[in-house]
Design a protein around this ligand. Structure first.
Ligand SMILES: NC(=O)c1ccc[n+]([C@@H]2O[C@H](COP(=O)([O-])OP(=O)(O)OC[C@H]3O[C@@H](n4cnc5c(N)ncnc54)[C@H](OP(=O)(O)O)[C@@H]3O)[C@@H](O)[C@H]2O)c1
Length: 165
């Protein structure tokens, strides 16, 4: 069982130009990598704002959208107001054992704060942008171990970390 962040970052640690901006600066190689790792898991978890930035739900994966505004219905999407810990428990009960959390900042922060995440895959793109970081606040330091570093053909690096408890 593993819960992991999948994020793409500029070389100066930004995940987006603003809370409402789409990611128009990452590489096609990163998109391919993202598709591969999330399709294998058959599920993705994201925040309502990130979902609204997609044109449509991502195919071949259960799209789980965290929101406090539940009445929305959509056949391919599971909307939930469960806490990160409760959501992980429910997805595990549904048979998912690898759970990618794909953002954005609010959702990454919620999972980190509840210690509901085990690993991170961060792609570092060779670009500098102005914008927002991965977490809006850090309550404490989190130590990690680097498990693997992979260079994508376009020049970006994917670093796989495990969080230490
Ligand atoms: N670089 C990357 O890898 C990456 C990945 C994804 C997104 N992004 C970027 O991140 C930005 C969006 O991030 P964001 O922080 O503004 O929004 P977000 O995390 O995508 O969505 C925030 C919304 O999710 C819901 N939510 C979050 N935590 C919740 C919880 N614990 N329980 C219930 N609902 C919860 C709330 O929805 P309600 O308001 O409906 O209650 C909240 O307003 C965009 O710019 C996007 O491009 C970057």
């Amino acid at each position: 069982m593993s819960v992991f962040f999948v994020a793409v970052m500029s070389a100066n640690g930004k995940i987006s130009r603003s809370h409402l901006s789409p990611i128009d600066w990452s590489s096609k190689e990163d998109l391919e990598w993202f598709k591969e790792i999330t399709t294998q898991s058959k599920v993705i978890v994201m925040g309502r704002r990130t979902f609204e930035l997609l044109n449509s739900p991502l195919p071949n994966r259960l799209n789980v959208v965290m929101t406090h505004d539940l009445p929305k219905k959509n056949n391919n999407v599971l909307f939930t107001d469960a806490s990160p810990v409760a959501l992980v428990k429910e997805l595990k009960r549904m048979g998912y054992d690898k759970i990618p959390i794909i953002g954005g900042q609010r959702v990454f922060t919620s999972f980190l704060r509840e210690e509901a995440v085990d690993e991170m895959y961060i792609t570092y793109e060779p670009i500098l942008i102005d914008g927002i970081g991965m977490f809006d606040e850090m309550k404490r330091d989190v130590k990690m171990e680097v498990i693997n570093v992979k260079k994508l053909s376009g020049g970006a690096f994917v670093i796989h970390y495990v969080l230490k408890r």
